[in-house]
Design a protein around this ligand. Sequence first.
Ligand code: ATP
Ligand code: MG
Length: 277
Amino acid sequence: MSISFSKVQKQRLRELDAPLDFQEKSFCSVQDRDEAFRNIEQLLVRQAKQHLLEIRNIHHRPKLCELESKLTNVLIENGFFQVITPIILAKGLLAKMSITPERPLFKQVFWVSDDKCLRPMLAPNLYYLLGEFTRLYEKPIRAFEVGPCFRKDSKGGHHLNEFTMLNLVELGSPEEGGKQRLEELTAIVMDAAEIKGYDLVTAYSEVYGETIDVVAGLEVGSGVIGPNALDTQWGWVDPWVGIGFGLERLVMVSKGYQNIQRVGRALVYFDGVRLNI
Ligand code: ATP
Ligand code: MG
């Protein structure tokens, strides 16, 4: 007879981030299984408490905030300037991104009033600003924003309703070298995030058409090489490259976590440690 962990036990093992192969284990009897569960739970709780004690007395920041600071610094060193734009977004700007009621992404939007929502992405505001900058600055123009985005995403280990996006864009990149530039910019971010193994994979997005996803076991970012069909209505037509990264996913991959909830804004976790221990 092969007995696996019960639903409740599996849930607890996920919360405590037990090794995946352990979670999949099967046993000959319920007694063996429950004993194994008790042992690992005790061990993981002990380790978690130890971690909480260790971080109490050092100058500690959440990993997500540390990564945000690191990426901000590294992008500035690489000639980008930072922008911060409103989190509340007008419906009209979404429509300009072709996110209209018939698009699946539209159904994931959190509305705060009839014509205002919590931004599901940073791109509309960046598109808008680039329209202004293109009149004011010489090219290339390199800008980035990092901040909260919101989507009603199906629950699971890789999605949060509120997450942190980094979106960088370089307008006026060399027309021919877009792919290479995308690779270089990706490398800057992935180095800072301390992730060595990743691939660039061509994919399709309902908003942009072709995208180039940054995949490190799971998708951590999506890049676009412009010009793009969307551009002209924002007042510019130059070649560009842009990439949106999910910061929680970057932390998740670099730390080897199985679930993204450990990294995001939370009341039940602190520094990746489940607090009901
Ligand atoms: P997925 O297909 O994994 O849902 P996506 O392609 O819809 O992601 P993009 O619009 O490409 O996501 O957003 C850029 C990046 O933002 C993603 O590569 C991912 O790292 C991150 N991201 C998107 N949605 C979420 C979410 N709900 N929770 C956490 N991170 C997210
Ligand atoms: Mg994507």
